[in-house]
Design a binder for this molecule. Structure first.
Ligand SMILES: [Zn+2]
Length: 151
């Protein structure tokens, strides 16, 4: 329920001289009466509304991706420790001809490689989603709270 960044977006600074539409950057002509316009017109206000929705969607995707990265990392760590055990069980000093462990090591190594590749693609996905999120909030002209859901 608490939004740490709310301080920035309630009533903006009163620098009305140089107000620009956050969507198209056109100068906004100050109305004589009423609330000062944030956007130059209806199309840009609607574009900002859509961008706000995209930003919320991107924020949700970011949470999901970050969870996935954490999960993949935990699986990598677990697989790596199993792999270490298997290798150490097979490569025993003084028993250079001990065998039978190799297939298990091979399987674990493949599994580890697959999980690690997934972790890498999740990281790339995260970078793309952050870019989407930043683009959307720039268009919306808002400072949306990153990583929080809408109450
Ligand atoms: Zn505009």
């Amino acid at each position: 329920m608490t939004n740490a960044t709310n301080a920035t977006n309630a009533t903006g600074p009163a620098g009305d001289q140089d107000r620009r539409c956050p969507v198209c950057q056109a100068a906004i002509i100050a109305a004589a009466t009423g609330r000062p316009a944030r956007y130059c017109g209806t199309p840009c206000r609607q574009a900002a509304h859509r961008a706000r929705r995209r930003a919320q969607e991107a924020a949700g995707n970011l949470r999901w991706t970050r969870d996935r990265i954490r999960g993949d990392l935990a699986r990598v760590a677990k697989l790596l420790s199993r792999l270490e055990e298997s290798v150490q069980a097979g490569l025993i000093d003084g028993q250079a001809d001990a065998t039978g462990w190799e297939q298990g090591v091979d399987d674990l190594a493949r599994h580890l490689a697959g999980v690690a590749a997934g972790l890498g693609s999740a990281a790339r996905e995260h970078r793309r989603t952050v870019a989407d999120y930043r683009t959307a909030i720039r268009i919306a002209g808002d400072a949306l709270p990153a990583g929080t859901g809408q109450a």
